[in-house]
Write a protein that binds this ligand. Structure first.
Ligand SMILES: Cc1cc2nc3c(=O)[nH]c(=O)nc-3n(C[C@H](O)[C@H](O)[C@H](O)COP(=O)(O)OP(=O)(O)OC[C@H]3O[C@@H](n4cnc5c(N)ncnc54)[C@H](O)[C@@H]3O)c2cc1C
Length: 447
């Protein structure tokens, strides 16, 4: 580890997707930046590892290295919701699946190559202040020795339980609880292929794809109430076997390690800018992982924050620029946040939602637009709109076969939640009590 300077333009706390992307973008602008990361790399972090925003990674200059990991670009979306087939090919909209123990070090090396100083196994334990703003951080090096680094701006890219957020007292708003839990495992022996598999059958989402190094990732998102059933014994593998495409894909494949599970997380926004500090990635905002947006969002946010922060430093308007960035982040993330919440609701899909999917599948252009939601190219509630829900309900009633009361209740529920998300986007509900950020216990359970 090279010796760190006493002063940087930007100190980034946390060195995974958000932190490494931010640091690379700051360094490329010729500013002094260091990344402080408490973990040793390579190491894992909780994720299903599917991501979009390959444009952002192309701009970072890492696409060649990412493809060299053996992860095939996923351009065929094989999607099914109950009996509705939503499969389509998109050579121009690819995803990748790369394990974080591979992706994160690669991004951090890229930041270093761009000129950022990197310190692993280095924990931020406090902030420095003058009477007006945050001016730096207090750290402990790998041997636990304390020291201080000064900075024009300190960015917390330190995840959901952000230390920086706790130290500045950033409050959370529009907090939501998860209704699903998830498990994932990696298999050997599945021929690598460029297909994203996503099947919603009953109350379970089955998601899978080829990953780096010839591995195949299989995951399931299910009702939280079913967690014990999935976790115990061969519950996870037995569940995968109930999904016909997974049963045939995994025939003869070998599980490389016991499945990992996550059962508890919260969605939230957090106050994300103040005098001399800002939060990026999960530190400032976390959404239900069902639509797999966190990594792409972290990359997009970090690119944008680098632009605003560097401009602010150059023009002595840092406070204004960070505040602008926070407003941009909220605007950028709001609709997907509520849609991810909707998508992450427990239970089977309602008949109205299945009918909406049926109508979307019937028209290739609408289907393409539906898939584009996952790429942040289409607003989710333009596709899953109240008008489309009403039309679907009307069709169900006309066709008969679904209890009228059920259709009406589903439609009213969708409408009420749509109203609530619009209302809360404009009038955020802040968490009661003192600012809550880093907790002693992580929110997720991973075992
Ligand atoms: C179950 C689950 C599944 C998911 N699946 C997907 C998916 O398929 N696709 C997707 O795009 N997203 C997924 N996500 C979300 C995704 O993992 C996150 O959005 C992403 O990791 C955010 O990256 P980040 O850099 O902001 O934070 P993190 O990846 O959390 O990194 C924060 C870093 O900060 C470091 N740090 C923390 N405190 C300190 C400190 N005091 N000093 C120094 N360093 C510190 C940590 O060690 C850590 O390395 C999933 C999340 C969950 C919970």
């Amino acid at each position: 580890m090279p010796p760190l300077n006493e002063l940087y333009d930007v100190v980034v706390v946390g060195g995974r997707v958000a932190g490494a992307t931010l640091a690379a973008n700051v360094a490329k602008r010729g500013m002094g930046v260091c990344v402080l990361e408490r973990a040793e790399f390579p190491s894992d972090t909780l994720s299903t590892h599917l991501f979009q925003n390959l444009e952002g990674l192309e701009r970072l200059g890492v696409m060649g290295q990412l493809l060299a990991t053996g992860a095939p670009p996923l351009t065929e979306f094989r999607l099914r919701v109950e009996d509705v087939d939503l499969t389509q090919d998109h050579p121009d909209m690819a995803m990748l699946n790369i394990r974080r123990r591979v992706l994160d070090p690669l991004l951090l090396n890229n930041a270093e190559a761009a000129g950022a100083d990197i310190a692993l196994r280095t924990r931020v334990v406090g902030l420095l202040h003058d009477e007006r703003r945050v001016t730096g951080v207090r750290i402990e090096d790998p041997e636990g020795r304390p020291s201080e680094i000064r900075a024009r701006v300190v960015i917390g890219a330190d995840g959901r339980n952000s230390t920086v957020a706790r130290l500045v007292g950033a409050r959370r708003y529009n907090v939501t609880e998860n209704e699903r839990a998830g498990g994932l495992a990696y298999y050997e022996g599945v021929e690598p292929h460029g297909v994203l598999h996503f099947y919603i059958l009953g109350s379970t989402y089955f998601i899978g794809s080829s990953s780096d190094s010839g591995l195949f990732m299989a995951s399931a998102y299910y009702d939280k109430a079913d967690h014990r059933r999935f976790r115990e014994g061969n519950g996870f593998e037995d569940a995968l076997a109930t999904c016909p495409p997974f049963a045939s894909l995994l025939k003869g494949a070998t599980l490389t390690a016991p499945p990992q599970f996550a059962s508890r997380w919260q969605g939230f926004f957090r106050e994300s800018a103040g005098p001399g500090w800002a939060l990026v990635g999960d530190a400032g905002h976390f959404k239900d992982p069902a639509p797999g947006q966190g990594i792409a969002d972290a990359i997009r946010q970090a690119e944008r924050l680098a632009e605003y922060a560097c401009y602010g430093i150059d023009t002595h308007s840092l406070g204004d620029q960070l505040a602008r960035w926070w407003r941009w982040r909220d605007h950028d993330a709001a609709e997907m946040y509520w849609w991810a919440r909707e998508f992450g609701r427990a239970g089977v899909q309602s008949p109205v939602v299945v009918e909406m999917f049926r109508r979307i599948a019937a028209d290739p252009r609408t289907l393409r637009a539906g898939h584009a939601v996952a790429f942040h190219q289409q607003r989710p509630f333009r596709i899953f709109s109240p008008v489309r829900a009403s039309t679907a309900a009307g069709r169900l009633l006309a066709r008969g076969g679904t209890p009228r009361g059920k259709v009406v209740a589903d439609l009213l529920g969708l409408g009420a939640r749509d109203f609530q998300r619009r209302w809360r986007t404009h009038r955020p509900v802040y968490e009661a009590g003192p600012a809550r950020a880093a907790q002693e216990e992580p929110e997720e359970v991973l075992h």
